[in-house]
Design a protein around this ligand. Structure first.
Ligand code: HT7
Ligand code: ZN
Length: 844
C-alpha cells in the first residue's frame, strides 16, 4: 500500500464552485447523479484532472453536456478537460445494503446513512475527496421512506422526494444523507442575534423517550459557545440522527450530525451516569465542530489535530463548566495517562501532527485528539486566558472559510500575543511522552527546583529536542499553609533551576498542579510528603494525585514483595473519605485505585516485566484490605450517599452515586453481596442496577441477577451491550476468554454491529489478567475474531487490533503468543489496508 507524506502536499488542480447531487435510493442499486462546476485552481502546480472513486459502477460521464469516456481505476477517474471552468456530470450506481464497512453510504436497520470522514465520499461518487476542496451542495433525495435529510436548510419536499441546500462551502467529508422511518424530538433555540433555529433529534420509533437529555445538552452547548467563544450557529436547522451501526461516537456533518445511538440515547432506566456524561460531552464536541472543523476546516488530513485537538479542548472546558473542573481534570488525566501515554510509549507512537500515513482512519487516535487538546491547554496556560481569547477571536476572523494548517493556528497566537512559538511547535512534530525529572534542595531560606526534561526515542524519531513545558508549582510549609501560590515555570532547556527565596523552612512542593503539561513526572517524594499533600494540598488535582501515587507505591510493593500496605496511604485515604467537606465525586476519585494496566506500566517504568496475574492478586488483596480497614465507616458512608427523589444525571447526584457504588463494591467483599443484591432489587435506574450487578459478578455471584437482567433488557440493544461487556470485564481471569467465546455464540452477538463487538472484545482487553492469561486463549480468541471482522469492517478491526500494542512488555512466553497472534492476522489473505498497517506497525 502507498504511504502518503505531509511533505508531498500540493494544492488541488481544480476548485469547485457548487455541487448538485441527486440520490435515487434503492438498497442494492442506488443511483447517484452529480453535476459539479469545476474551475482551474490558479495556485495549482499541475493541471491533472483526477477524481477519487471507490467501489462505484460508472454509468455515464459528461463534460459540458457531452458524454465522455474517462480512464477509470480502482482508485478514481481521470480525463482531459477543457481550459477554464466546466461542468462535470456523472451517474454511478452503488450498493448501500452490501456496505458493511459503515463508511460511505450504507444501511443500518432499514435506514440509509452516510459516514464520509475521512475518505468515505469517494464511495458515493467521483469527487476530489480532500478537505481543501470546499463547495456549496444542493441535494435531491428520491425515496419512499418518510424522512429524507441532508445538510443545510430544507428547500422543498413532497411524497417520495426532498431537496436540501447547504449555503456554507464545505469539504466532502462533511456531506451527510439520512433516509428512514424516523421520528423526531423537536425543540428550538434562539441565537444571540435573535435568530430562531429549529432543532431535532431523529430516532427509530420507540426511542423517542430517550432524546430529552441529548436535546438539553445541545441547547446548553449552543449557549456556551456563544457565551465563551462568541460563536453563533449559522443555519435555520440543526438535525441529529441516532444510528445503531456506527464506527465511532458521532460525526459533525454540517447541520446534520450523525450519532452512534449509544452516544445520544439515554433514559434513567437504560443509561448510566457515565453514559449521560459522555452523551453531554459528545453532543457538545460535535456541535463545537461547527466552528472548529466546519467553518474552519483542515487543509489536509495531517492537520487533523487542528480541528480535533481544539474541539476536544473546548468540550473539556464545557464539561468542566457544567460539572466541575477538578474532577473533570482528574478524569481527563486518568484517561490520558492510561491510553495516550500507552500509545506514546509503544510501537504506535506518532506525533500529534503525523508526517505520513497509509490509512488515515488509523490516525484518529488518543494522541491526535487528547494530546492535541493538551497542547491547546498548555498554550492557554502560557499566554493566559485573556490572550487566549484574543488569539481565538483572531483565528475565527482570519480563517473563517479556510482549510487551515497548524502553522496558521500558531501564527494567530504569535500575532495576537507577540510570543515566539517556534520551540513550542515541537509539541506537534515530536512523538513520545516527555519525562520531567525534579530534584530539590533547600538552604538558608532558598529553595531550588532542578528540572530536567527528556523524551524517549519513538519509531522513526531517535533524537528529541527540548520542549516548552509549563510546570505549575505551589509550595506548602509544614503546617499546610501555602507559602508560594501556584506559579507557572516555563521549562525550555534540557535542564534548568528555579529558585524561591525568603522561605522560613524547607517547603513541600506541589508540582505539575492541575496536570499543567502532558508529561511524566519523576519526582521521588517520600510517602510522608505524599500523605501530607493528600491531606493539605490546595490544588485538587495534586491532592488526588498524591493519593494516587501512594496507592501505586503500595501496589508495586505488594506485587514485588507481597508487602503490607503503607499506613500513610490507608490513613490518608480514610481521612479524605470521611471528610464531608470534600464533594463525593472527588472522594470517589481518591478511592479509585490505579488500574491493573496502570500498575503494569509502573512496573515497566521501574524496569520490570509485569506479571498480570500477580498484579491482579495484588489489586484484589488491596481492595479486600481497604474493605476491612474501612469496615466501620462503609455502611454509614454508603447510606449517606443515598440519592432521594426522581433520578437526575446532574453532577451532584452523579458524584454521590459514584462514591456510593465504589463503597458498595468494597462492602460486597465482606458481606457476600447482601447489600449489592438489595440494591439490585431496589434499583430504579441503570446506574444503580448495573453497579450492583458488577459488584455481585466481581465476587463470583450474581448469576440469577444476570439472567433476570437479560430477560428484562433483551429488546434494548444498548443495555444488552452492557450485559455482554460486564460479564467479560468482571470474569475471573482464567474464565475471561471462555466467557467472551461463549458470548460470541449468543444469538444476539452481531459481528456487523461495532458496539456489540466492542462490548465483548473491549471488555476482554480491559480484563488485563484475563486477556493475558498464560494459556494465550485471550490472544487467540481476539485474533480469530479480528480475522473474521476484517472483511466486514476494516476500520473497527484495525482499531481493536491495538489491544496487542503492549506485547513487547511481557515475558518471552506471552510475547511469543502475542506475536504469533499478530502474525496470524498479518498473514490473512486479502487483509484490509487498515488492519495491515496497524498490525505491521505493532509488530515493529
Ligand atoms: N470527526 C469525527 C471523526 C471520524 C468519524 C466519526 C464517525 C465514524 C467514522 C469516523 N471517522 C472519523 C468524529 C469527531 O471527532 O467528532
Ligand atoms: Zn471531533
Amino acid at each position: 500500500p502507498q504511504t502518503i507524506y505531509l511533505r508531498d502536499y500540493a494544492p488541488p488542480a481544480f476548485l469547485i464552485d457548487d455541487v448538485q447531487l441527486t440520490f435515487k435510493l434503492a438498497p442494492s442499486a442506488t443511483r447517484v447523479l452529480s453535476r459539479i462546476h469545476f474551475r482551474p485552481n490558479p495556485d495549482a502546480k499541475d493541471s491533472v484532472f483526477f477524481l477519487h472513486g471507490e467501489n462505484l459502477t460508472l454509468i455515464r460521464t459528461a463534460i459540458n453536456g457531452n458524454t465522455i469516456t474517462p480512464e477509470v481505476t480502482d482508485e478514481g477517474l481521470t480525463c482531459t478537460v477543457p481550459d477554464g471552468p466546466f461542468v462535470f456530470e456523472a451517474e454511478v450506481e452503488i450498493d448501500p445494503a452490501a456496505n458493511t464497512s459503515l463508511d460511505g453510504l450504507y444501511m443500518s436497520n432499514g435506514m440509509y446513512c452516510t459516514q464520509c470522514e475521512a475518505e468515505g465520499f469517494r464511495k458515493i461518487t467521483y469527487y476530489p475527496d480532500r478537505p481543501d476542496v470546499m463547495a456549496t451542495f444542493k441535494v435531491r433525495i428520491e425515496s419512499e421512506l418518510p424522512v429524507l435529510l441532508s445538510n443545510g436548510n430544507p428547500v422543498a419536499q413532497d411524497d417520495g422526494w426532498a431537496e436540501w441546500s447547504d449555503p456554507w462551502p464545505k469539504p466532502a467529508y462533511l456531506f451527510a444523507l439520512v433516509a428512514g422511518d424516523l421520528v423526531n424530538h423537536p425543540d428550538s433555540f434562539t441565537t444571540m442575534s435573535g435568530r430562531d433555529v429549529a432543532l431535532n433529534i431523529w430516532v427509530r420509533p420507540g426511542d423517542e423517550g430517550k432524546c430529552a437529555f441529548g436535546m438539553e445538552a445541545l441547547k446548553k452547548s449552543m449557549k456556551w459557545d456563544e457565551e465563551v467563544y462568541g460563536r453563533e450557529y449559522d443555519l435555520d436547522l440543526f438535525n441529529i440522527v441516532a444510528v445503531d451501526d456506527f464506527n465511532m461516537g458521532a460525526m459533525e456533518n454540517k447541520g446534520l450530525n450523525i450519532f452512534n445511538a449509544a452516544a445520544v440515547l439515554a433514559s434513567p432506566e437504560t443509561a448510566t451516569d457515565a453514559n449521560f456524561e459522555r452523551i453531554e460531552a459528545i453532543i457538545a464536541h460535535e456541535y463545537f465542530h461547527n466552528w472548529t472543523g466546519n467553518r474552519i476546516t483542515c487543509r489536509d488530513w495531517f492537520q487533523l489535530c487542528l480541528k480535533e485537538g481544539l474541539t476536544v479542548f473546548r468540550d473539556q472546558q464545557f464539561t468542566g463548566d457544567m460539572r466541575g473542573h477538578a474532577v473533570k481534570r482528574i478524569d481527563d488525566a486518568i484517561a490520558l495517562r492510561a491510553h495516550q501515554f500507552r500509545e506514546d510509549a509503544g510501537p504506535l507512537a506518532h506525533p500529534v501532527r503525523p508526517e505520513s500515513f497509509v490509512e488515515i482512519n488509523n490516525f484518529y487516535t488518543m494522541t491526535v485528539y487528547e494530546k492535541g487538546a493538551e497542547i491547546i491547554g498548555m498554550l492557554r496556560r502560557l499566554v493566559g486566558a485573556g490572550d487566549y481569547k484574543k488569539a481565538l477571536d483572531l483565528y475565527f476572523a482570519r480563517h473563517d472559510g479556510d482549510a487551515a494548517t497548524i502553522e496558521d493556528w500558531l501564527a494567530v497566537f504569535t500575532d495576537a500575543t507577540g510570543r515566539d512559538l517556534t520551540q513550542f511547535a515541537r509539541w506537534y512534530s515530536q512523538a513520545g511522552t516527555p519525562k520531567v525529572t525534579v530534584r530539590d534542595e533547600y538552604s538558608n531560606g532558598t529553595y531550588r527546583l532542578h528540572l530536567s526534561q527528556s523524551t524517549p526515542p519513538t519509531p522513526g524519531q531517535p533524537h528529541k529536542e527540548p520542549l516548552v513545558i509549563p510546570i505549575a508549582v505551589g509550595l506548602l510549609d509544614e503546617g499546610g499553609t501555602e507559602v508560594v501560590k501556584t506559579t507557572l515555570l516555563e521549562l525550555t532547556e534540557a535542564a534548568e533551576t528555579f529558585t524561591f527565596d525568603d522561605l522560613s523552612g524547607k517547603p513541600i512542593a506541589s508540582i505539575q498542579r492541575d496536570f499543567s503539561a502532558p508529561v511524566i513526572l519523576d519526582y521521588p517524594q517520600s510517602n510522608k510528603d505524599l500523605a501530607f499533600l493528600l491531606a493539605h494540598d490546595t490544588d485538587p488535582f495534586n491532592k488526588w494525585d498524591a493519593g494516587r501515587r501512594l496507592a501505586q507505591d503500595v501496589l508495586l510493593r505488594m506485587v514485588r514483595d507481597d508487602a503490607a500496605p503503607d499506613a500513610a496511604y490507608l490513613d490518608g485515604l480514610a481521612t479524605v473519605l470521611r471528610d464531608d467537606s470534600y464533594d463525593p465525586a472527588f472522594r470517589a476519585c481518591v478511592l479509585l485505585l490505579p488500574s491493573e494496566e496502570d500498575t503494569a506500566t509502573a512496573l515497566v517504568d521501574a524496569g520490570q516485566t509485569p506479571d498480570p496475574m500477580a498484579i491482579y492478586h495484588a489489586h484484589e488483596a488491596l481492595k479486600l484490605l481497604l474493605a476491612q480497614q474501612l469496615q466501620d465507616s462503609l455502611p454509614r458512608l454508603y447510606a449517606d450517599m443515598t440519592v432521594t427523589g426522581a433520578y437526575s444525571p446532574d453532577a451532584v447526584a452523579t458524584g454521590k452515586r459514584s462514591l456510593g457504588n465504589a463503597i458498595l463494591s468494597l462492602m460486597s467483599k465482606l458481606d457476600g453481596g447482601k447489600q449489592a443484591s438489595a440494591q439490585y432489587t431496589d434499583a430504579d435506574n441503570m446506574t444503580q442496577q448495573l453497579a450492583a450487578l458488577a459488584a455481585l459478578l466481581k465476587i463470583g455471584k450474581g448469576q440469577p441477577e444476570l439472567a433476570a437482567f437479560e430477560t428484562q433488557w433483551q429488546n434494548d440493544r444498548l443495555v444488552m451491550d452492557k450485559w455482554f461487556g460486564l460479564q467479560v470485564s468482571c470474569a475471573a481471569p482464567r474464565l475471561a476468554a471462555t466467557t467472551a467465546a461463549n458470548l460470541t455464540a449468543h444469538p444476539a452477538f452481531d459481528l456487523k454491529n461495532p458496539n456489540r463487538f466492542r462490548a465483548v472484545f473491549g471488555a476482554l482487553k480491559s480484563n488485563t489478567a484475563g486477556f493475558h492469561d498464560p494459556s494465550g486463549a485471550g490472544y487467540d480468541l481476539l485474533a480469530d475474531w479480528l480475522i473474521k471482522l476484517d472483511p466486514i469492517n476494516p476500520q473497527t478491526t484495525a482499531r481493536v487490533s491495538t489491544s496487542f500494542d503492549t506485547w513487547k512488555r511481557y515475558d518471552p512466553d506471552r510475547q511469543a503468543k502475542m506475536r504469533g497472534a499478530l502474525q496470524r492476522i498479518a498473514a490473512t489473505p486479502h487483509l484490509s489496508r487498515d488492519t495491515t498497517e496497524m498490525v505491521t506497525r505493532i509488530l515493529g
